[in-house]
Write a protein that binds this ligand. Structure first.
Ligand code: UGA
Length: 418
């Protein structure tokens, strides 16, 4: 249930592992696109899977009909940020209710599995009661599982097929066995937990990864003021296996549909439980601060931004995706406009999405064209092609570049925290 990033990737990958999958989504356009074997989102490797399994063992539908005969029902709907920062569980409630209705008449043992990121207690307090009350079944007649995903957008197919571990939180052995059998071909640790612990594991993983990034950014800010390169420092620090080298890339900070939302939701949960989450609040604070630092560095170099023309290279929240949710380019563009600058921008994939949010930016077909004649430039996304830019910077009116992703070195180029 749910044909977004998580549902579509999960469904496609499970089909590629030999299972028969129906992706259910109310959006007719999305369903038609999947059945046409054209992914409605960009995700490397997804088209190949749809081409190979679409119409054979992988289907999409707007109807919940296939649920009644499914062995496992995966709920993969969104849990967006609510107004107060907590996770909005409206879609989870709807999906659980629909699943309950669809399995009313079913006689077989079925397992309702949640893959969406949901606050600890959601299975126990919302999903299980909703499914049981609508289906009219008793506890034990249906299995429940929480099976969080750890996929990164842009690398989601690879991450699904090469997990480090599979976390299976369940309410009983029968449900656990069903999930274990589903993932039989994956030779990785399968961690059996309670439903609530599995929910917390997902938030904790994301919060820890976000903390690593903000920690590196803070060290980077210190390093820069001491005249040091944080990348030189972290390259050695990361080799300690207790620390690890991944997610130490300092820069413009983290965006996307997960880290900002999940850390904020965890802050909200902590505060509701009477705990003051000092580290998590600092993680968000450092992250909010990094785009401001980039604007500050630019101003230091070229003075008042009013009337200046600035190029923004990179609009997606990271490379390999057209997703701009919580992209660090958004606060940067807002601050530039507020300061009275005009903006030219280039991104290999995310210009259409960003043009809906900022129609007044001038969108260009290449980095070279965005850089031509500008007073300064900001690099906001780690697209590999930005690492190859060189001569293009000589097209600028003044060669001042603030690099937020450690992509380039050269005359006039300065890192946000190196
Ligand atoms: C993240 C997690 O990495 C996944 O494990 C998790 O499943 C997913 O959230 C989710 O909850 O669904 P994602 O948001 O797709 O995945 O992307 P990441 O690759 O984690 O990047 C997030 C942000 O952090 C990007 O803006 C990226 O530029 C930034 N980042 C990443 C850094 O600034 N430094 C780094 O070292 C790494």
């Amino acid at each position: 249930m749910g044909g977004g990033y998580v549902g579509l990737v999960t469904g496609a990958c499970l089909a590629s592992c030999g299972h028969r999958v129906t992706i259910i989504d109310p959006d007719q356009e999305k369903v038609t696109s999947i059945n046409r074997k054209e992914p409605p989102i960009f995700e490397g490797g997804l088209t190949d899977i749809l081409q190979k399994y679409g119409g054979k063992t992988l289907f999409a539908s707007t109807s919940c009909e296939s649920i009644s005969s499914a062995d496992l029902i995966f709920i993969c709907v969104g849990t967006p940020q609510g107004e107060d920062g907590s996770a909005d569980l409206t879609f989870i409630r709807e999906a659980a209710t629909q699943a309950g209705g669809a399995i009313r008449e079913s006689e077989q043992f079925q397992v309702v599995v949640v893959k969406s990121t949901v606050p600890p207690g959601t299975m126990k307090d919302l999903v299980i009661p909703a499914v049981l009350s609508v289906s009219g079944k008793k506890e034990g007649e249906i299995g429940f599982a929480m099976n969080p995903e750890f996929l990164r957008e842009g690398r989601a197919i690879y991450d699904f097929l090469h997990p480090d571990r599979i976390v299976i939180g369940t309410d009983g052995d029968e449900a656990y066995q069903a999930l274990e059998a589903l993932y039989e071909s994956f030779d990785v640790p399968k961690i059996k937990t309670s439903l609530t612990a599995a929910e917390m594991i997902k938030y904790t993983s994301n919060a820890f990864l976000a903390t690593k990034i903000s920690f590196s950014n803070e060290i980077g800010n210190i390093c820069k003021s001491l005249g040091l390169d944080v990348y030189e420092v972290m390259a050695a620090v990361g080799l300690d296996p207790r620390i690890g080298s991944l997610f130490l890339n300092a820069g413009a900070g983290f965006g996307g549909s997960c880290f900002p939302k999940d850390v904020l939701a965890l802050v909200h949960m902590a505060e509701s439980a009477g705990v003051d989450p000092l580290i998590l609040k600092a993680v968000l604070c450092v992250n909010d601060h990094q785009p401001d630092r980039m604007i500050g560095l630019l101003q230091k170099r070229i003075g008042n931004l009013a009337g200046k023309q600035i190029a923004v290279l990179g609009l997606a929240f990271k490379d390999n995706t057209d997703d701009i949710r919580e992209s660090r380019a958004i606060p940067v563009i807002r601050a530039l406009f507020r300061a009275g600058a005009t903006i030219s921008a280039y991104d290999p994939m995310a210009m259409e999405a960003m043009s809906r949010l900022f129609p007044d930016v001038q969108y260009c077909l290449s980095a070279a064209s965005a850089l031509t004649g500008v007073d300064g430039a900001l690099i906001m996304t780690e697209w590999p092609e930005f690492g190859k830019l060189k001569e293009e910077f000589s097209l600028m009116k003044t060669q001042v570049v603030i690099d937020g992703r450690h992509m380039i070195t050269g005359p006039g180029i300065e890192g946000v925290c190196w």
